[in-house]
Ligand binder design. Structure first.
Ligand SMILES: Cc1ncc(COP(=O)(O)O)c(C=O)c1O
Length: 464
């Protein structure tokens, strides 16, 4: 059996880098529950560090709860000891070395599990809190939760105010609440011609006619939208103004104002989705600030903290709050208060600021890595986005690239899932740089892609 060796690309204190590498390996499945870590002396020799450094690293990984030291037999990954109760999530397929860049997730960091563990412990030790958390609560969330989430969003530079804030089960839920409250089956809604697939599915489920508006390098084409409105005003326009998903293109400031003017003229609602996080300096003026009377703003903890928390927020004009509350009650009465409590405690802690600072640094570095390796290609992305959009050079087909990469265990998306209706898909790839389990894995995937771009695979039909 080959010995597991931590990858130490990160600058900084060695023992912490080793501990962090252990945490990442456990989270990505590279180290399995019950697996034994390498003997300390052998690992120290391989890494060219002292045994003391490895001892300290293992102790740190144990303190964070990833491993367990057994006197006389070594250090083992937690989860295989059979004493901690059944792990119902462990039935997920074990990672087989596939680098999945098809889903937009935040990069793994050990602090995520450590912070969540801490807040769950805190809650578990307070029976009164636990008791309240299993009772029915107001549909829009309790005032203290709404206040805490608004405070957090303000710290992120997002539009926020506890009064209009509704706690949701994530961004997708926010979209569904908006559609359910603002539309009736058969009505027409509008989005960029390439848009977030969750909107496309939600519109289809709600029996809405979704129409795509063309885009250019300034975002949605407002002349085309005005033409469409002149024929028949849509019920609502869905936008992701800071970065279109998948292309990354932001909506220019002038067009944000034009969109608001058109909304007022033709009396449609604006659903503004800010779920794909960007640092404040890279964002434009929220449309919610330009037109709070007709904009619903959707946010989520998914891209900053973790996707599985299923906690998000929806800001809405006062006139809609009762309708949104009714929709929420009809769907699930409320968002599980236990989860909201955990998230509120997490975002109230300095740890969440540390995690955010790390996230921004990590995303910036991943974007730099991609720019370097894909230099010369017409990529489109933001400095700290999760994603990168790569229009393929003339003559190349995205289906061929998706397949060739999949054969090399690298998963990426073509433009197809983002296309509204039967609009033609551009030949391009969306890479979620943030989803790579480590910088090394990302470098490997990008190098493979660069090699394929330099010597493109033949399309199967060209070999006929
Ligand atoms: C633009 C956009 N909106 C909404 C979502 C869904 O967010 P959540 O996971 O919080 O439901 C995503 C997820 O990728 C997204 O990219």
């Amino acid at each position: 059996m080959t010995m597991w060796i931590p990858s130490l690309s990160h600058q900084g204190v060695r023992y912490r880098a080793i501990a962090e590498s252990i945490a990442v390996a456990v989270q990505t499945g590279e180290l399995a529950p019950g697996e034994k870590l390498p003997p300390q002396r052998r690992l120290a020799d391989r890494l060219g560090v002292t045994v003391g450094t490895v001892t300290r690293a293992y102790a740190e990984a144990e303190r964070q709860g990833w491993v367990l030291a057994r006197v006389g037999s070594g250090t083992f990954v937690r989860g295989g000891e059979g004493s901690a109760g059944q792990d119902f999530l462990a039935s997920r397929p074990v990672a087989d070395g596939t680098i999945d860049l098809s889903l937009s997730l935040p990069p793994p960091h050990p602090m995520r599990a450590a912070s969540l563990g801490r807040v769950l412990h805190e809650i578990a030790e307070q029976p009164a809190v636990l008791q309240r958390a299993v009772e029915y609560q107001p549909d829009r969330g309790v005032p203290a939760h709404r206040e805490q989430l608004a405070t957090w969003m303000t710290r992120l530079g997002m539009p926020a105010d506890p009064e209009p804030l509704i706690v949701t089960q994530g961004g997708q839920h926010g979209i569904n609440l908006a559609l359910q409250s603002l539309t009736r089956p058969g009505e027409r809604i509008v989005a960029d011609v390439l848009t977030y697939p969750g909107l496309i599915t939600a519109a289809s489920q709600a029996h809405l006619k979704l129409q795509g508006v063309p885009m250019d390098d300034q975002g949605m084409d407002m002349v085309a939208l005005a033409r469409l409105c002149a024929q028949q005003a849509p019920r609502l326009v869905y936008v992701t103004p800071d970065q279109n998903n998948p292309t990354g293109t932001p909506l220019s400031e002038t067009r944000r104002e034009r969109l608001v003017a058109l909304a007022r003229q033709h009396d449609f609602w604006i659903v503004e989705d800010g779920v794909q996080y960007l640092p404040e300096a890279e964002r434009g003026t929220p449309i919610y600030r330009l037109a709070p009377e007709r904009t619903l703003f959707i946010f989520s903890t998914a891209k900053v903290l973790a996707g599985g928390l299923r906690i998000g927020t929806l800001l809405a004009p006062p006139a809609l709050r009762e309708r949104l509350g009714t929709a929420l009650r009809a769907q699930s009465w409320m968002v599980p208060p236990l989860m909201v409590e955990a998230v509120c405690r997490w975002v109230a802690s300095a740890e969440s600021d540390t995690l955010l600072a790390w996230l921004i640094e990590e995303l910036g570095e991943r974007q730099r890595m991609a720019r370097k390796r894909l230099a010369g290609h017409a990529i489109n992305s933001r400095g700290h986005s999760n994603n990168l959009w790569l229009p393929l050079p003339e003559g190349l087909r995205s289906a061929v690239f998706v397949e060739a990469l999949a054969q090399r265990k690298i998963l990426v998306s073509s433009a197809e899932p983002f296309c509204v209706g039967s609009e033609p898909a551009p030949q391009a790839l969306r890479l979620c740089l943030s989803a790579a389990p480590s910088r090394e894995a990302l470098a490997q995937a990008l190098d493979t892609l660069a090699e394929l771009l330099a010597a493109p695979p033949a399309a199967p039909w060209q070999t006929l």
